[in-house]
Ligand binder design. Structure first.
Ligand code: ASP
Length: 529
């Protein structure tokens, strides 16, 4: 009898378990991959030296393959998604959806910045230093205004083909000044400050200060600006492609029947790209495991890093956690009235990919797939919202930029009044918008924030050692922000989406009755299908 009962119960139990496992197979693989990656990395640290660049390079090979596959899909995905979405939405619907998207991005990014500022002012990590941070190593200096102008310039690439692999950047060449006059030894800080004053102002006063402080050993510093121009930098100009695709798709929908063949091409390209993404996703656990392992093996002096920058790290991580687990879910719950944590679980795979790759652009294919397949977000919304989000919406980066700038000010004992804090909050939002979705991009756009409040841009080197680690967490928060954005915009755009659905039914009915339909109705339907 008992055996009979077990026989009846166990198949049901096994089947439920089987169903759960099958439904969550990829997520389970991803979690296992992260655990294996961490274990492999920590285990191999005893056998591979951090100087053994060759072995580390080979260890990363499977991870490089994943990154290549994901990056390969970014171009067709962004262009086809945005053009299809824009050509499928009516002008009014795309305008409304666009406005909601932009508002959501700006509000949540600003919330992240404010949260970061509150935490860094409360915790004061810059004053709680247990050991002085080594400030060796050169970082490329940039100026705030030029970075901002570069951002706007890159929105309008002069060549679409080169925009697929190049960006423009302002380069300035300074006259080199050699300082040789003997004087009492100044501190490195004094030298840096004077050199910066001199570079920026080139006043006689600054020159005298530098000369007076010069030691016996000759020192070369930047002098007068000799030339300024544009240089090309490697990497896709995603912002330029996004802007172009938005306008191209918008106009395509408005030229009537003539645009039909091209709309079909981009729709088809989008469907094929999404299918390719599904294939790549099955490989992602292997790639992620090796990316994590290689990074852990290459990590130099983790102990030192934690003692020197422990409080700073803690501030950033607490801020990111509060934003990810409280602020964003709350915004989602208040607007959508659905369980935000269930939504987060649906995109867990994208979050883990973001953590493993430290690139929200590379994660974009996975994000779109998770949103559509697991969270059932309308493709018309994901196609429109997520490519833009992966490019401009970076809550994690914004929070980190604000914390980092104030941390640097605290470390250098530079007082910041309320006005400067306001400037930091505004420029951190702008810097996050300007950061590309690639590893450590936030570190580069930090120049905008630092120079806006007169802090030496070179001092990003203070936080350089830990950046790769924090980058992973902030990228995951960036992807989370984009995903919640898609859910929220979908909810707010119900009316427009339903109107389009009504058109769809009318079209199908008319077709059955042999009535010829207007062009815009058919366009909207194809995008949905
Ligand atoms: N790695 C980040 C991203 O791809 C950008 C950054 O903050 O550096 O979203």
């Amino acid at each position: 009898m008992a055996d009979d009962k077990t026989d009846q119960v166990s198949p049901k139990w096994v089947e439920t378990l089987k169903k759960i496992v099958m439904d969550n197979l990829l997520v389970i693989f991803m979690i296992i991959a992260v655990i294996i990656g961490v274990a492999m990395g920590l285990g191999l640290r005893d056998h591979i030296s951090t100087d053994d660049k060759r072995t580390i390079f080979f260890l990363q090979f499977p991870g490089d393959l994943l990154l290549n596959m994901l990056k390969m899909l970014i171009l067709p995905l962004i262009v086809s998604s945005l053009i299809s979405a824009m050509s499928g939405l009516k002008a009014q619907a795309s305008g409304k959806m666009g406005l909601r998207t932009v508002l959501y991005y700006l509000i949540t990014t600003f919330c992240a910045v404010v949260l970061g500022i509150i935490l860094v002012v409360a915790i004061q990590p810059g004053y709680k230093r247990e050991a002085s941070i080594e400030r060796s190593g050169k970082t490329k200096s940039a100026e705030g205004l030029t970075s901002l102008l570069d951002l706007i310039r890159n929105c309008f690439p002069d060549n679409l083909i080169t925009a697929c692999f190049q960006k423009k950047e302002t380069t300035m060449v300074y006259e080199k000044v050699t300082l040789t006059t003997p004087a009492p030894s100044p501190t490195t800080d004094d030298m840096t400050t004077a050199a910066i004053n001199m570079t920026e102002n080139m006043t006689t006063e600054a020159m005298t200060t530098v000369e007076a402080m010069t030691t016996v050993a000759p020192k070369v510093i930047d002098g007068k600006l000799e030339s300024i121009g544009l240089s090309t930098q490697g990497g896709m100009n995603v912002l330029g492609l996004v802007v172009f695709s938005l306008f191209f798709g918008g106009v395509l929908a408005r030229i009537g029947e003539k645009g039909r063949p091209l709309i079909d091409v981009f729709d088809c390209l989008h469907h094929v790209t999404m299918k390719l993404i599904t294939l790549v996703i099955w490989y992602s656990p292997i790639g992620i495991a090796f990316l994590i392992a290689a990074k852990l093996v290459a990590m130099e002096n983790p102990g030192e890093m934690f003692t020197q920058l422990g409080y700073y790290m803690l501030t950033v991580l607490v801020g990111l956690a509060v934003h990810a687990f409280i602020v964003l879910p709350l915004v989602y719950f208040v607007i959508v009235r659905k369980n935000p944590y269930r939504f987060m679980y649906g995109i867990l795979q994208a979050l883990l990919t973001a953590w493993g790759t430290a690139s929200s652009s590379a994660t974009l294919p996975v994000t779109m797939s998770c949103l559509e397949e697991r969270n059932n977000v309308d493709p018309r919304v994901t196609m429109f919202v997520t490519p833009i989000g992966a490019t401009v919406n970076m809550d994690g980066t914004a929070l980190y930029e604000a914390v980092a700038a104030i941390f640097i000010a605290q470390y250098l004992d530079v007082p910041l009044d309320f006005g400067k804090i306001v400037i930091i909050s505004l420029t951190a939002t702008a810097a996050a918008i300007g950061a590309a979705g690639v590893p450590s991009a936030g570190l580069v756009t930090m120049a905008i924030v630092l120079s806006a409040v007169g802090l030496p841009v070179e001092e990003v080197r203070l936080i350089l050692a830990i950046d790769w680690f924090l980058d992973r967490f902030r990228t995951a928060v960036n992807v989370l922000g984009d995903s919640f954005g898609a859910g929220i915009v979908e909810h707010l755009s119900q009316k427009e989406l339903q109107e389009m659905d009504l058109h769809l039914h009318k079209y199908l009915e008319d077709e059955q009755n042999g009535v010829v339909n207007t062009f815009d109705v058919k366009t909207a339907i194809d995008t949905k299908m």
